[in-house]
Design a protein around this ligand. Structure first.
Ligand code: DX5
Ligand code: ZN
Length: 217
């Protein structure tokens, strides 16, 4: 079975131990670093802008910078995250007029970076079918976006299975990422359903970071 990639979410990082925890990430088997950007409108929580990413890019240069925009106006912030060093930018289906989605994907690609789209738990996955050939990634939310430490919603795995089938049958290059409630048990379920990348926040940063990441593989 192919190995799964891990994207630790810096939402759960202990910022009083920034250097130590970044070193642990550098010494770990993680491939990505996940940035949860929240604006207090699209989700009821507020996090950070692109300057934070610049700092991480310096300290963790070999990790793939994976930006998850949970904001009402993704268009206005794509350029600053791209210029700060994002390798992949994901926006939410629910934040954008569907007629503008194709254009937004092209706009992200114009910075020579990868483009992803995410759906909240209540959104039907079939709405994404029409963009699968254009997308580099689909991010399935397995909790309501906004906060770390919530319980994994098992029924979101049906969305993963649907996507896996569509992607494999049509030979699309699109990756499937899952975000929310991932630990050493739910990671197995996600792997079996066909996920390529696991986002994990609270599970990774509690205790030994390297061991936690290894246990998700
Ligand atoms: C939630 C964020 C997640 C969050 C996951 O809105 O998108 O990336 O950091 O946290 P855990 O792994 O604790 O559920
Ligand atoms: Zn996220």
């Amino acid at each position: 079975m192919k190995t799964i990639a891990v994207a630790p979410s810096v939402l759960s990082l202990d910022y009083s131990q920034f250097e130590k925890q970044c070193q642990a990430l550098n010494d770990s088997e993680a491939e990505y670093l996940h940035f949860d950007v929240m604006d207090g409108h699209f989700v009821p929580n507020l996090t950070f802008g692109s300057d934070i990413l610049k700092g991480f890019k310096k300290v963790c240069p070999q990790l793939i910078m994976d930006v998850h925009l949970m904001i009402e106006d993704p268009y206005s912030f794509i350029e600053s995250f791209a210029k700060a060093g994002a390798d992949l930018i994901t926006f939410h289906y629910e934040a954008v007029d569907p007629a503008k989605i194709s254009e937004l994907i092209d706009y992200i690609h114009s910075f020579h970076i990868k483009a992803g789209i995410s759906i909240k738990p209540k959104t039907d996955v079939s709405v994404l079918e029409q963009w699968l050939d254009q997308l580099d990634l689909v991010l399935i939310m397995s909790v309501e976006p906004g906060f770390g430490g919530q319980k994994f919603m098992c029924d979101m795995l049906d969305k993963v299975r649907f996507l896996r089938k569509q992607i494999d049958e049509n030979d699309y290059h699109c990756l499937i990422e899952i975000d929310g409630g991932i630990n050493h048990e739910t990671s197995e379920l996600a792997k079996n359903a066909g996920v390529d990348i696991l986002v994990a926040g609270s599970y990774v940063f509690k205790g030994n970071i390297q061991e936690n990441i290894r246990s998700l593989k």
